[in-house]
Ligand binder design. Structure first.
Ligand code: FRU
Length: 500
């Protein structure tokens, strides 16, 4: 009895302490990325633009700071950065937990729930079966009603989840992409009303590692830059065995005929969405003015152990997507959503050729920080690097290795790395540089946009050709920036205001 009272006391004091710390000023609290006020989050869900608001639903545990009791948390934003957290949308209940899924706006009232109803399509999870459910909202997502006819798809499968629904204009139908996770298959279903679904096709690919179960698919049609053509992009999250270690994402580009996705890409042609360790479960926004994606800034290897409090888990920067046609392939390009721009203010600009002068100028002007965007250009003749979140030995290094033709982020000395054996890491991306002029023999032009935010570093290289997203947990005073190697030509640093 006494023991019970004591535990109760302990639990409620902890809960109280959590509730009181709502400052968003904690050392590791992202200042311009979304994270829930308290408690655990993983995947973004139901990304949709409706009536001037971006909606971010997210896998949420209302009762704790580790995975559990999965519920759809909810936040809204006019600009993808200033988020307002609302009360959870779809709770765990007697049917099961509310796993990942998507959201559409039913502008033609195909479902009969009401014109412009928001309809969420998600996985109901129980120990034995995962099946697809729907719920709707008639008040801009503020309150939700579960459809009494659920489940809308039940294959009596244990690992059947993460439905991603889009409107397909040519066939006048809703299309769902959903995965049989352990069978590593994506299935396609079509529907006229979001309630009755017909199975139309599947997609499988035989070249992933031994532990890569499939999760969180997303399908979107994108224009190909500079051409009259459009192509379909299939995003997929892999539950293990990725090159950077643990979980990560791949993509395929191909065609969708209203029934199934197919691609000319050959097995072994592995395209990564991001080369860092912490980019997972990204899906795209429905009905948005531009093609946009958002992911979970984490890796299942250590997600439950990262040293943040009173929250655990954050979203990545929103990204604008496009497809380009290179010499012999279609490729994905990703850039940070342009809405970041008004949140930034110029604080440092440098043009020159001498790295010692650059570092002196940074020191003299006391340029440092933990929440900024660094835009740099270099014409390299040898390896270069820039260290951020630095104090003494502690630093996170972003560099280019000319011999290997790769861009890397080294967080082995980034601060607190000891909480999990898989956290310390040097991640890298293949990146061939372009020549800078007719006379130059070596390809040399490197352009980087580096987004630092308290506990993360996201690097976008050469106009979104490759990206690296990584978590870091440095000391609060590790804020210096230091450049290494010759060839830096221009450096711009813009501070980012806290959105909280
Ligand atoms: C991906 C995932 C999904 C699932 C959800 C559960 O991170 O495992 O497949 O729906 O998380 O929280």
């Amino acid at each position: 009895m006494i023991r019970q009272i004591l535990t109760l006391l302990l639990v409620s004091t902890a809960a109280f302490a959590q509730r009181t710390d709502t400052t968003y000023r904690q050392n590791y609290r992202p200042q311009y990325h979304f994270s829930p006020r308290i408690n655990w989050t993983n995947d973004p869900n139901g990304l949709v633009y409706h009536n001037g608001e971006y909606h971010l639903f997210f896998q949420y545990n209302p009762f704790g700071i580790r995975w559990g009791h999965m519920t759809w948390g909810h936040a809204v934003s006019p600009d993808l950065f200033n988020w307002k957290e609302l009360k959870p949308a779809i709770p765990e209940d007697k049917d099961g937990m509310a796993f990942s899924g998507s959201c559409v706006v039913d502008s033609k009232n195909t479902s009969g729930f009401g014109t412009n109803a928001m309809v969420a399509i998600y996985t109901n999870h129980t120990e034995k079966i995962q099946s697809q459910y729907i719920a709707y909202s008639l008040d801009n997502g503020r309150t939700w009603t579960k459809y009494p006819g659920n489940p809308v798809i039940d294959l009596k499968e244990k690992d059947f989840r993460d439905p991603n629904v889009i409107w397909h204009e040519p066939s006048g139908r809703w299309i769902m992409t959903v995965v049989l996770s352990t069978q590593r298959k994506a299935l396609f279903f079509a529907s006229r009303n979001l309630k009755q679904w017909e199975r139309t096709g599947e997609f499988a690919f035989a070249d992933n590692g031994p532990d890569g179960i499939w999760e969180c698919p997303a399908l979107i049609e994108l224009p190909v830059e500079g051409r009259k053509e459009k192509k379909w992009l299939l995003l997929l999250s892999l539950g293990g065995g990725m090159p950077a270690g643990g979980t990560g994402m791949r993509y395929w580009i191909g065609d969708f005929n209203g029934k199934a996705f197919r691609t000319d890409m050959k097995p072994g042609d592995v395209r990564l969405v991001d080369y860092g360790k912490d980019y997972y479960a990204a899906i795209t926004f429905n009905h948005a003015p531009k093609p946009l994606s958002l992911g979970w800034l984490n890796n299942w290897q250590y997600a439950n152990d990262i040293p943040t409090t009173p929250f655990r888990g954050a979203m990545t920067l929103p990204r604008e997507l496009k497809i380009v046609r290179t010499k012999n392939a279609y490729e994905l390009r990703q850039l940070p959503a342009s809405q970041i721009r008004p949140l930034t203010s110029d604080s440092f600009q440098w043009r020159g050729i001498d790295v010692a002068e650059l570092n002196k100028s940074l020191k003299d002007n006391r340029i440092k920080g933990d929440s900024y965007v660094l835009t740099v250009e270099a014409d390299l003749t040898a390896d270069v690097a820039v260290a951020v979140r630095k104090a003494g030995e502690e630093e996170t290094v972003i560099g280019y290795d000319l011999a290997r033709q790769e861009l890397y982020v080294d967080r082995t000395k980034s601060g607190n790395t000891k909480f999990h054996k898989d956290f310390p890491a040097r991640t890298s991306a293949p990146l061939k540089l372009a020549t800078t002029g007719a006379n130059s023999l070596i390809p040399t032009r490197l352009k980087l946009q580096i987004f630092v935010d308290r506990s993360s570093v996201e690097v976008f290289a050469n106009d979104g050709q490759v990206t690296l997203t990584n978590l870091i947990f440095p000391g609060p005073n590790s804020q210096a920036i230091e450049f290494r190697g010759e060839g830096w030509r221009s450096v711009t640093l813009r501070n980012v205001e806290s959105v909280w």
